[in-house]
Design a protein around this ligand. Structure first.
Ligand code: COI
Length: 370
């Protein structure tokens, strides 16, 4: 039993069959994104409070492996599920740190409220990351732009087919060494404008990080892939075709006069932690930042009149990835070529520098995990 200062106790059952150092080195040499998983997982279960019992219990580290679940478990039928994404970064002295984990813990609880799941105390969220990374520390890569992607998630495990919030829930964390989300070297990506599908609607779950939002993006993602694109852009057709977000990341626009614009949070858009960090760093660098409505027409017109210089996607997985082109059924919006003075790339370098300990963490964003 490992007890921390907060009194959350995690028991540890370590695997008898960890990957060998050679197997792990082969994976870390080319981790890709989301293909490989570490040797362990963190778990905390929850039971609804009946007769004074219940709540979060049985915090543990156990070997990574399949989850035994009743076929009637609510998550399998009604998708009562939420997740998070954050990363653990190796610093030059070998220590391992995570970035703005409190923000992810807070967003996790907002998602939990929307999906009628129990809130997890933020200190348990952070302790679960610390426990998992401590046992799987050797899996944290150190290459340029690489990190250990941490995926906390919560699923409804009660076996019951009526439609109501589950009275049994499991919180888990898995970890996966990660390089560039889009594979290979970083380069501008092409994205596809989805005109037939919406990702979210008013009053829906758009700003929650729940699996259903990502499932709803997949038909459009297939359309994108058929057009040679890596991601989909969703609009709000009921709001002048305002730009919302990509299938799995937020979007930013850089204007030649130094303004940086991103769609305002409106209930449909994910409260991206990277989005928020970009706004802060851009403002620190003297940019005027605007969170507001930006329509597809404004995007087109500002490319035509030369006032738009860069468009980029951002998220924990994508970090900051320039968008080279938006393909639509009626033609393409091609971004100007990326110059050596790229604002997106400068902010990307600063962000990665803070995360990996080579740039001073002026905002107190880092938490040591191991
Ligand atoms: C992230 O950036 O962490 C995401 O969740 C995006 C995607 C991989 C689902």
């Amino acid at each position: 039993m490992t007890q921390n200062a907060l009194g959350v106790e995690f028991s540890q059952r370590l695997t008898d069959n960890p990957k060998s150092a050679e197997e792990r080195a082969a994976i870390l040499a080319n981790p890709g994104f989301g293909d490989y998983f570490t040797d362990h997982t963190a778990v905390v279960d929850w039971t609804a409070d009946t007769e004074g019992k219940g709540g979060w219990h049985d915090a543990r580290i156990e070997p990574y492996g399949p989850i035994a679940m009743d076929p009637a478990a609510a998550v399998l039928h009604y998708g009562q599920e939420i997740f998070e994404g954050l990363k653990a970064y190796r610093h030059a002295d070998g220590s391992v740190w995570t970035f703005r984990a409190e923000a992810n813990a807070h967003r996790f609880n907002r998602s939990a409220q929307r999906l009628a799941l129990p809130e997890l105390p933020p200190e348990v969220f952070i302790e679960s990351l610390r426990q998992l990374v401590s046992v799987d520390k050797d899996w944290v890569p150190s290459g340029d732009g690489e990190a250990l992607y941490l995926r906390p998630f919560m699923i409804a495990t009660e076996a019951f087919l009526g439609v109501r919030p589950s009275r049994e829930v499991s919180y888990r964390v898995i970890a996966s060494p990660a390089g560039n989300y889009f594979g290979g070297e970083l380069k501008p990506v092409s994205i596809w404008l989805s005109e037939h599908f919406a990702r979210a609607g008013r009053g829906g779950t758009g700003e929650a990080k729940c699996g259903g939002n990502y499932a709803a993006s997949l038909a459009a993602q297939l359309e994108a892939e058929a057009h040679g694109c890596k991601q989909v852009l969703f609009l709000d057709p009921f709001n002048d075709n305002a730009v919302e977000e990509l299938g799995g990341m937020n979007v930013f626009f850089v204007f030649t006069d130094g303004r940086i614009v991103t769609p305002a949070l409106n209930g449909n858009i994910l409260h991206g932690v990277t989005r928020d960090s970009v706004l802060q760093l851009a403002s620190d660098r003297g940019h005027k930042v605007e969170e507001r409505k930006i329509t597809i027409d404004e995007w087109h017109e500002s490319l035509e009149d030369g006032s738009l210089s860069e468009v980029f996607a951002c998220g924990t997985a994508a970090v900051i990835t320039p968008i080279g082109e938006l393909k639509t059924a009626n033609g393409s919006f091609v971004s100007p070529p990326l110059g050596a003075d790229s604002v997106a790339m400068a902010i990307r370098e600063q962000l990665l520098g803070i995360q990996t300990g080579t740039v001073e963490d002026l905002h107190g964003w880092l938490t040591r995990l191991a």
